[in-house]
Design a binder for this molecule. Structure first.
Ligand SMILES: [Zn+2]
Length: 572
């Protein structure tokens, strides 16, 4: 008895059965109905999303005894032969193993003859990008003037590797990766028909692991059926992964600084024999999805995370208490560790170290508070011309400033509780906001070093507005640059860069401004002002207090900000 794998058993036999590619099937059905099917087509897209299946359905549509038709009958001899893969006029060629010029020459000889049984000769070349240049050149001649009885369907995962000369002679259809929710529905449908009785979470896990490929999802389903998995835990075991529920619980424990729980989940996953490198990736993906959900509306979140609306609501509910910046920091740390965990001989230990780091985030003084303290140090140093006693005179007595005060800088030298305190603190905050603004040109330069393209786009921003502590609103021009900056991926990338440049989490939001040239002179004025005072900056760096602070914090200087003395004079 031979077992037919699910992917073949449930292979779509007509356009209506193809899932997730309606943009392609609809266009092809229209072309068939109007008799306008191009003689050379490219089907591109990730593996296992239906390219070859659709090519076969198209072959049937063209050659069906009752056709050409947009709905092949699947019961005539021709349809049956094509389904079985033994139709003499429909040739499926694997481009990877028949990539040379000889094979293509043979094809060119053959194609001149009329079809044997069917209406058309159809050539389906899979992985066509693997053909050699000579083979492509040989093919080009045929594509320039294809015989009326011939059709070519080129399937590829890498359309860019097909020479432009070939591409320009073909109609190009791009197949999409399937969303998790669509895959999940499809799997539920098959699981029901196969009578497999798998729980919903297990199917959800399969849909997630298949990464948008129908074929992969069905192969995984075969795998767990062979294993005899009936419940969620067994499915996780069969797939060698930490389940979604596990990953979710783990992320929750980490973000809530529950190291005990996090380590015991890891222990359980380890005992189950799950792939720990995969776990690190799953963690990163989960955090990334959470970060997206925290930042965009439900509709965008659906398309960006490929999760169902229901799942998105569930996740935003579960993680409603966790601030976005905590997620961002955790994501940053996991993403930095993924490579290391891949290379590590002891991935478990590497993961444990990572978990401890994430859980200790809450115990650390917030870096922006520490920086605020330092900024204050520098400010006073500047005001008092490096005079330690003067500089110390109006420190407040809470938070990170207290830590600074208790340290070796000037123990026993200061008094606290000056009436000036509250006022100072408030205006200091204002200045730090202004500071993000004046540091902007440097930040743009920093981005240019890392990613020149992105830097150039950032440079086009029109106006920078501090928008509360650690927040910036940036107005950008109403053109493609502005639109690029407003996309969630870009915003995320820029915020990541800003966090490392400012040494603190910064929340930058972009907004498109209608008047494109508004206030652009303001930005250049800032730039000019900024570059005009290099010597003052050098002096500040050499200031003994700054040097002391660097020693205490084991720090390095990532930027120097100058404040106008006018403000201070006005105050005092
Ligand atoms: Zn038929």
């Amino acid at each position: 008895m031979s077992y037919l794998v699910l992917a073949r058993k449930w292979r779509p036999q007509c356009f209506e059965e193809v899932i997730g590619q309606s943009h392609v099937t609809r266009a092809l059905q229209n072309a068939l109905s109007t008799g306008k099917v191009a003689h050379a087509l490219i089907f591109s897209g990730p593996r296992g999303v239906g390219k070859t299946s659709v090519a076969r359905i198209l072959a049937k549509s063209l050659n069906c005894t009752n056709g050409p038709t947009a709905s092949p009958c699947n019961s005539c001899d021709v349809c049956k032969q094509i389904t079985a893969g033994n139709c003499v006029d429909v040739n499926e060629i694997d481009g990877a193993s028949n990539r040379g010029i000889d094979e293509i020459r043979q094809l060119r000889e053959e194609i001149r003859f009329q079809p044997v049984l069917c209406r058309y000769r159809i050539y389906i070349i899979d992985e066509v990008h693997m053909l050699t240049n000579e083979a492509f050149n040989a093919l080009l001649k045929t594509l320039e003037e294809p015989p009326a009885h011939a059709y070519f369907i080129f399937a590829t995962t890498e359309p860019r590797k097909i020479p432009e000369t070939i591409r320009s002679r073909c109609q190009h259809y791009e197949f999409r990766r399937l969303s998790e929710s669509v895959l999940q529905q499809h799997l539920e449908w098959i699981v029901e028909r196969e009578g497999l009785g798998l729980p919903r979470e297990a199917i959800q896990l399969l849909a997630c692991q298949a990464q948008g490929s129908v074929r992969d999802s069905l192969s995984l389903l075969d795998q767990i059926t062979a294993y005899g998995a009936k419940n969620y835990e067994e499915v996780c075991q069969a797939l060698g992964v930490a389940g979604l529920v596990t990953v979710e619980g783990l992320v929750k424990a980490l973000l809530e600084n529950d190291i005990e729980k996090a380590l015991s989940v890891l222990d359980r996953v380890y005992d189950l024999g799950a792939d720990l490198q995969r776990l690190a990736q799953d963690l990163l993906k989960f955090l990334r999805d959470l970060a997206v959900i925290k930042n965009v509306n439900e509709k965008s979140a659906c398309s960006l995370t490929q999760l169902s609306a229901e799942r998105i609501r569930e996740l935003s509910q579960t993680f409603s208490e966790i601030p976005f910046l905590t997620i961002l920091q955790a994501m940053d740390m996991v993403s930095e560790s993924v490579d290391e965990i891949y290379r590590s001989f002891t991935p478990r230990t590497s993961l444990e170290i990572l978990f401890m780091k994430i859980c200790s985030l809450a115990q650390c003084a917030k870096i922006d508070e520490v920086l605020e303290g330092l900024e204050k140090l520098v400010l006073h140093g500047e005001d008092g011309g490096g005079n330690d006693a003067d500089f110390n005179s109006d420190q407040t007595s809470e938070g990170p400033e207290q830590n600074l005060k208790n340290s070796q800088i000037s123990s026993g030298q200061r008094e606290s509780g000056s009436p000036q305190d509250t006022k100072d603190k408030a205006s200091n905050k204002e200045r730090i906001q202004a500071d993000y603004k004046s540091l902007w040109p440097q930040f743009v330069k920093f981005v240019k070093d890392k990613d020149p393209g992105l830097g150039a786009i950032l440079d086009s921003c029109v106006e920078i507005k501090p928008h509360g502590k650690g927040r910036l609103k940036v107005l950008c021009s109403k053109d493609f640059k502005g639109e690029m900056l407003c996309s969630p991926e870009r915003v995320h990338q820029i915020n990541g860069l800003a966090a490392s440049f400012f040494n603190a989490p910064v929340d930058i939001a972009f907004e498109i401004q209608d008047k494109a040239d508004h206030n652009s002179s303001d930005v250049s004025a800032k730039k000019a002002e900024f570059s005009s005072r290099p010597s003052q900056r050098q002096e500040l760096i050499k200031n003994p207090l700054v040097q002391e602070a660097i020693n205490i914090f084991q720090a390095r200087i990532s930027g120097v900000t100058l404040y106008t003395r006018n403000n201070k004079r006005q105050r005092s």
